[in-house]
Every structure is written in structure tokens, then in C-alpha cells.
Design a protein around this ligand. Sequence first.
Ligand code: F6R
Length: 608
Amino acid sequence: MCGIVGYIGKRNALPILINGLKRLEYRGYDSSGIAVLQPPDIWMRKRQGKISQLELEIEAENPAGTTGIGHTRWATHGAPTRENAHPHFSCGNKIAIVHNGIIENYSMLKDELMAEGHLFISQTDTEVLAHLIEYYYTGDLAAAVRTALNRVEGTFGILAVAAEEPDCIVAARRGSPLLIGIGDDETFMASDGSALVEHTRKVIYMEDDEMAVLGAENVTIRTLQDAHVHRPAEELPFRTSDIRKGGYPHFMLKEIFEQPDTMVDSMRGRLLIEEATAKLGGLEGFWDAIRGSSRLIITACGTSWHAALIGEYLIENFAKIPVEVEYASEFRYRDPIISSKDTILAISQSGETADTLAAVREAKRKGALALGLCNVVGSTIARETDAGVYLHAGPEIGVASTKAFTSQVIVLTLIALALGRMKQLSAEEGARIVNALGSLPDLTRKVLANVDVVKALAKKMAVHNHALYLGRGFNYPVALEGALKMKEISYIHAEGYPAAEMKHGPIALIDRKMPVVLVAVRDPVYEKVLSNIEEVKAREGWVIAVVSEGDTMVKHLADEIIEVPAITQCLTPLLTVIPLQLLAYYTAVEKGCNVDQPRNLAKSVTVE
Ligand code: F6R
């Protein structure tokens, strides 16, 4: 959600900033802007729309300047207009800032600054910060930023520059990620490692309430209370190839097809074949506490919440520990009953989702053990939880989550397996699951090889305005996930339901114009799903069924079928979700939608 870049060094800053913004465009793409220091002034351009439009606008200018900042926006306060785009400036245009996050007390600060004669030109909360820094500025940008930020309530990741100080950029963070990339005689800044990796893999992750003064050859970090901070650089856990499309037309398709490999990466070194269990280094030392918990609360949003639902079935099944799944956004505000006997497990691809983070903080405040399951290394949730497991799925750039979902389900399976084996799961059962996990990447490749069937179906799907997705048991969350993928990238209104719930309401919607996507693999609820298909057909609905290879019963009932290979019941979601990801993708492509940057969405929702 919004992206920030900064550069200070010996090279021309502009192309580096533009390229960095393109790498971050998946985080927000309704407007963008750049400021480059050209003492005694600051050169600036910004505009509504995509980075490519900003690039076109400034192509002919190519301003010289080796210090600059840039921003790509996902609007929160104020419409996505040129005026509201970042950077924002002080009255005299001598201080510029880019900001991620929300200044909660901006209205009070704005009134105060207006009374002092400051003129505002945007509707954003960020502009207040530029004026507040100006208000305290007496020739020392770092001092002014510190004083200003100590008056601010809310969250921020900011970069600030002053026309009078071309040799420094000031960075600060609270609740919004910021990384410093260390190059040779040059320093890079970004809200996300994908904008840094082409230049350097040596990075420092800033922590909350820290401020950094950055020069081409030096980095000084202090807290907002002015205490010295020493933090060595770390290595970014991915490479340039991970953030390129690699020949695919969209990141989403690349990420769907990467799944056989990302599944392996999520399991690598974590399966103990002899002992028929799993080993998760990040949870060592915490198993007794988890196992002894009176219940496990899994909290997440969106796709991660769907993975959580599968996690509930897995953990209750294997380990017989009571599990509750909560939307993080509801959990944080409903004053949940939590005690030190509970364990909370937060699932978040980005590790930055504001609601999930707030749920973790609420649970920790009430004494629960907090665990995190994140993809982004060093992310806020990963750092704030007591222990956790990384997905190792590599950067997910497509806004619609795909490979992170399957990795989340795999890691949840490993947690359930390890807990189960510590409790009541037999070695025989454990070995069956370990073997099935081992076969998963090849079976996934088989599903992906069937892409043409899904592509043909997508052509038919694209003419519809609504769709219903149904599943039961382990595949009920898959129905929810399939519907979410379809609606977010193709804008077809799609709803997911537990199949048996259909007759309690949604059945009223079914007629010959209603596509109904059913997951009907051969599992203990198979016969029940067959009845659900009959119910839809009796009302002339158009049935697309995801079935087990070789199925004949559904074939006779459904209009269209997509086959997936057989696998042990608890792992079926990992195969059945893949055709649904592909169906959403090809339907969106058929409709001419921008798959990687769907309207109104952004990767990583760092606001409430
Ligand atoms: C859907 C999607 C979102 C995210 C949700 C949580 O394709 O990507 O629903 O799953 O915003 O994000 P994380 O997992 O980063 O907390």
C-alpha cells in the first residue's frame, strides 16, 4: 500500500527512482511523484495514474541531481489526484517528503499550522507533516523531523529532503516498513526490498520509532528519542530474478506456475521422514506452550484468512487442539476474551497488514503467546510475534495472492503434523501425510499442465456477471478463495459458500445464467456434494466442477469438469485451488482487465 523510494549517491537519481517506483507499483498505483534536489531548489513532478505516465511526462527533462525521493500512492486521505500525490512540500517548497501510513491527528495539527499562516494545497494527511517539519526547521533537517514526529500520532514511513541540505535524506518509521540499501558510495531507501535488490542485497531494516540520516557514504540511525542505534546490515533473502516476470505476461501467472517450486521451498528441510513428522526451527522451544494452550486462535485477512480456515481443520484433525479462526479486523475491536493460556497465530503474506498486526498486539497485551506465519522476512508481524515460521515462497508481486496461499496451507499442515505427532497422531498416519506432501509438487505440475481446459472455460465465464462457488469440508475455504480471486481481478461478482448452505438462501439466485463452480473431489463428503450438484442442475444452473481424476459420476451431472489428481483428503485444497486461480486469471485476461493491478486494490493493506 503505497511505495517509497530514495537515492543518494553519485549517479543521476531520476532513473534509479523511476525504476524503483516501477518495482513498487504493485503496492499502489493511482498516482506517483518524484523530487530531486537541485540546490537552491527542489525539482518535482507528480501526476495521477501509472508510473509509465509520470515517466512519459518527465522523459524530455531528465533533471540532473544525485539525491531524490519518490512515491507511488494508494489513496487513503483525498482522491487520487495530482495535488494529493506525493511528494508533499512545505510552503516555501524547500522541504519535501514522501510518506506511507496515516497521520491520525492531522486535522488538529493542520488547524494549528493554518493559524500560523501555512497554506495547504492537498487534502492529504501527509502535507501536514511537510509543514510541521518546516515549522521546526532551522537549518537542521534531522532535528526538525525528530521534533515534528514526536508530535505525530499514527503510522509513518517517511523520507524527507531539504533544499539547503543536498547531502542528506532523513528517513523515519513507525508501523510502516522502511529499508536502507547499502551500496558502494551510494545509499538506497525503499519500503520494500524489491526496489533495492537490483542495486544491493545489503540492507538494514529500520525499526519502529527510529530515524536515519543518510548520506552517500554514511548511515546514522538514532531513535526518535535521540538514542544511538547500532544495527548491522543483513542480506536480502531474494534475487533480482525473483522480481522479474521471467517471460510470463503477468506476475500472477508466473506465481501460479511457480507453485510446484514454492511448495518445495516451504517444505525444504522441514520434513522428518524417519520420524514421520515436521521440524520447524522457528517454533523450537515453543511447542510445549502451544501444545498446552487451551485453544489456538488463528487470525488473518482475505486470502490468508482462507488459509487459516484450512489450518483450523488440519490442527483440530491431527492434534485435537481447539482452534478458532477470526477476521483480524473484527478480533481487534470486539474486546476478545483472551488469556495467557491461549496462543494466537497470525497469518500474513506481507507481514504488514494493519488489522492483523493490531490483533497480534491486542492478544499479546492480554498475555497470549503470539506466533506469526509470514512470507516477507523482517516484516513487522514477523518481528513482533514471539516466534513464527516463514513461508519461503519468494516475493509475491501479483496483487492477487496465489503462491503465498498454497505455502500458508503447507506450513499450517506442517504445524498440524508436528503437533499431532506430539499428541495422538500415529506414526503410520504421520508417514502417510509426509509422503503425500512429498508427492504434492509433481501433482501440482499435473494440474498446471491442464491449463488449456481452464482457458477454454474462462472464455465462457467471461460473459457472466455473477458466479457462485461451493465446497464442503476442507474445500469450503477453497470455494471462498476461488470466489475472492474471481471477483478481485475480473470484477465478476462471485460468492463462496459451504455447499450445503446453498439451500438456505443462495439457491434463489440459480437460473441458467448462473455459473456455479463446485469442488467435488472424492472425499468423505463427495456423495453430499453430488446432491448439491443435483440441486443446482434442477434449477438449470451452469455447473463447473473440480473433480478427482477419472471421476464418472460428476461427469454425468456437471456441464464442465476440471480434473485434479487424487491426494489424501486434507491436502486436496492445495490441488483444487489451482484451477480456480487459473480460472480467475484467464477470465480477467479475457475481459481485458489489468490482472496484476486490479482496480482499487493494492498489495499489503497497511491501513485499517
Ligand atoms: C487476495 C489478497 C488479500 C490478502 C489480504 C491479507 O488475493 O491478496 O485478500 O490476502 O489483504 O494480506 P496479508 O496476507 O499480506 O496479510
